[in-house]
Ligand binder design. Structure first.
Ligand SMILES: [Zn+2]
Length: 270
């Protein structure tokens, strides 16, 4: 690693942090990026996690933040484990530390998933005031999260996809280099605010594992749960599809946002 890493901003994604570093160091080409940061040249820069960083990068990161804290607070680690068992979370953390690239490739994602990085137009204004520049926030990238938890306005999709192999230019896309939509559309649905508040509260208390998996599994046979959740939220103007709820209750694949909506429902209705 040529230079010292800058400090990482509050809730900044590792991708955003690496982009700022690489660009300020004048490192643009794909093979230069790989050589600078990763174990081998086939490792692409990750938008949601860290990638297979080499020992030199790891040592430099540790001067700023521990790898464990980086994974927990600046990547999608908790979003993929927040409603899973401790064993699963520990194994996932271990796999990310051992082979981050392969672990990320192995994550099953639904086809319908929104695959673009998101941003909040109000956070951009505030970040520029506070830090002199805007950056990609980690919590904005929570799958299906529709509004900024701080400003309660609609998150915009960027043109940056987080899956697949983009052009080199796309591999290094700090938020400040995007065509940004500055329209601010505030959410008016109170229930949506409540789900997002619940989800973010869980996110920030991530070391507390009060998952209560049994609570949901007790209801495995409770076919009414699915329709109760759907009709409850429908009454409040929020649509969840039945298959999405089913997959949360009966499968291992947990979508953090949908799980938060289910738990919020259980909290207030049971
Ligand atoms: Zn915001």
């Amino acid at each position: 690693m040529t230079n010292r890493l800058p400090s990482i901003y509050d809730d900044e994604t590792v991708y955003s942090w690496f982009c700022r570093y690489l660009i300020s160091s004048g490192i643009w080409r794909e093979h230069e990026i790989a050589k600078e940061l990763f174990v081998n040249s086939t490792n692409v820069i990750s938008k949601l996690f860290i990638g297979n960083i080499n020992k030199d990068t790891e040592n430099n990161i540790e001067k700023v933040i521990s790898i464990e804290n980086l994974l927990k607070h600046h990547t999608m680690f908790y979003v993929y484990t927040g409603y899973c068992s401790n064993d699963y979370a520990n194994e996932f953390l271990y796999n990310l530390k051992t082979d981050c690239y392969k672990t990320e490739l192995n994550i099953r994602r639904p086809r319908s998933e929104n695959r673009q990085l998101k941003y909040c137009p109000m956070c951009i204004i505030e970040d520029r005031k506070k830090y002199g520049e805007a950056y990609w926030h980690n919590i904005h990238q929570i799958r299906m999260l529709p509004i900024c938890p701080i400003h309660k306005c609609k998150l915009h999709n960027s043109e940056i996809r987080y899956i697949g192999y983009g052009r080199v230019r796309e591999k290094l896309s700090p938020l400040e280099m995007m065509n940004l939509n500055s329209d601010v559309e505030y959410n008016t649905n109170e229930m949506l605010d409540k789900i997002v508040e619940y989800a973010i509260d869980r996110y920030y208390k991530q070391d507390i594992k009060d998952i209560g998996i049994d609570y949901l599994s007790i209801r495995k046979e409770n076919w009414g749960l699915r329709s109760n959740i759907i009709s409850f939220y429908k009454k409040h103007g929020i649509n969840f599809c039945g298959r999405e709820i089913d997959s949360m209750v009966y499968d291992n694949r947990k979508n953090f946002y949908t799980m938060s909506a289910i738990y919020y429902y259980l909290k207030i209705c049971h």
